[in-house]
Ligand binder design. Structure first.
Ligand code: HEM
Length: 382
């Protein structure tokens, strides 16, 4: 088994976290420092002038998309583009997303008879996430397959190409060019119509705060964050529940309660995280508590470990759907909290609840396409 497969194993990550929290909560080696407690991780994310994101993501994102807020540190361009993006997001309607996700989930699950099998990644969560992204963003592409393909290629290069693999990079550069042309074409077409559609592109055109290329860059940045993230979360949450019958029994009692279902889903991601770490880079010599950190140090915020820190998650080994939502680190924090968190809070629990209502059993374990869960077959017994 490859080293990357071992360290992406959730039990190995949780064990590593408990060792670090106990013996080396601020571990430094070479030009890297790992922070494993909830308090330190929160502090690092809040101190965005000391701990930067551009050295981590900036170059990769610019190469395949042009500048985007997730690759920018606090400066005028970042603040004006972030404001334009959030002013357009603010008017989106979570109920509309809820209805779309519920309808799509039923439409797909109704085609599977009792006892039938379904791949909950490519025959369910990834498709529905691509459809809700189209409805929410307006990201018209020649086909649904194209939308999913380019989103995965760009996500892979921007966040998961840790070995700087040239094949992954050139595939992403090509996909970025395709997406750029499709979106600029769509924006040009929209500008000719009197009434704008009620989606992110439509609202950004109406707001008039950004030019076409800035609208394109921001909307494609959102698209890249929207599809494989959601599919990965659904697959991993189902894996956690289906391998813990006691927890599953408790979850099944709350299927019709969206708030508790969301709590159960965030708890499951604490045991099998979408991203167990968040990275930053020290802008200058600074300190965390009494620990000295040199300028240029790569900072690893071990968010999975932080979410097992009993200071913020009492009885961390227990599943408790009523924990304070603001303590979770699944969606980051500080200057760069996930811009899709409102959608995530509706879409992910809805996709999981609809599946659980069909009494699923694992048929084959999760199979991966590189770092992405790409196939997870369940048998729906009801
Ligand atoms: C519709 C779904 C989603 C969209 C549109 C979306 C979009 C975004 C965007 C635009 C950012 C950057 C925010 C900024 O820089 O100000 C972001 C950050 C982030 N998103 Fe999402 N996202 C989505 C789903 C998810 C999911 C399901 C996860 C997984 C748990 C996730 C995890 C994160 C994290 C951890 C960050 C912060 C990254 C950092 O601080 O380095 N996102 N997201």
């Amino acid at each position: 088994m490859s080293l990357s497969r071992i360290i992406s194993n959730p039990s190995v990550q949780r064990f590593g976290g408990s060792v670090l929290r106990t013996f080396a909560p601020r571990l430094q080696f070479g030009t890297t420092a790992v922070f494993s407690t909830w308090h330190d991780v929160q502090e690092i994310l809040k101190r965005d002038m000391d701990f930067l994101i551009a050295p981590i993501n900036g170059e990769r994102i610019e190469r395949v998309n042009g500048p985007f807020i997730l690759g920018m540190d606090r400066k005028d361009t970042h603040l004006s583009e972030r404001q334009a993006l959030y002013s357009a997001i603010r008017h989106s309607d979570p109920d509309k997303i809820q209805k779309l996700v519920d309808d799509q989930a039923q439409q797909i699950l109704n085609t599977i008879p009792a006892g039938g099998k379904i791949d909950i990644v490519n025959e369910y969560a990834r498709i529905i996430a691509a459809r809700s992204a189209l409805a929410f963003l307006g990201t018209e592409c020649p086909s649904e397959e194209d939308r999913m393909r380019v989103a995965r290629a760009l996500f892979h290069e921007c966040f998961l190409n840790l070995g700087d693999d040239e094949t992954i990079r050139s595939k992403a550069v090509a996909a970025g060019e395709e997406l750029k042309n499709w979106l600029l074409e769509e924006i040009k077409k929209r500008r000719q119509s009197k009434k704008q559609k009620d989606d992110l592109i439509g609202r950004m055109i109406t707001d008039g705060l950004l030019d076409d290329d800035a609208i394109r860059r921001n909307v494609s940045g959102m698209l890249v964050g929207a599809i494989d993230t959601t599919a990965t979360c659904v697959a991993q949450i189902m894996d956690v529940f289906l391998n813990r019958p006691m927890v599953m029994d408790a979850v099944l009692k709350d299927l019709d309660n969206p708030d508790l279902m969301r709590g159960w889903c965030w708890e499951a991601l604490r045991f099998y995280a979408h991203n167990p770490i968040i990275q930053r880079q020290a802008a200058h010599d600074t300190t965390i508590g009494t620990t000295n950190i040199k300028a240029g140090t790569r900072i690893i915020c071990f968010t999975l470990s932080a979410m097992h820190d009993k200071g913020a998650f009492p009885l961390p080994k227990q599943f408790n759907p009523k924990r304070p939502e603001q303590n979770y680190l699944h969606f980051g924090g500080g200057l760069h909290p996930c811009a899709g968190r409102a959608i995530n809070g509706v879409q992910i629990p809805a996709l999981v609840a609809a599946l659980l209502a069909r009494d699923p059993k694992i048929e084959d374990n999760i199979a991966f396409d590189g770092p992405f869960p790409d196939r997870f077959v369940l048998r729906l017994q009801k």
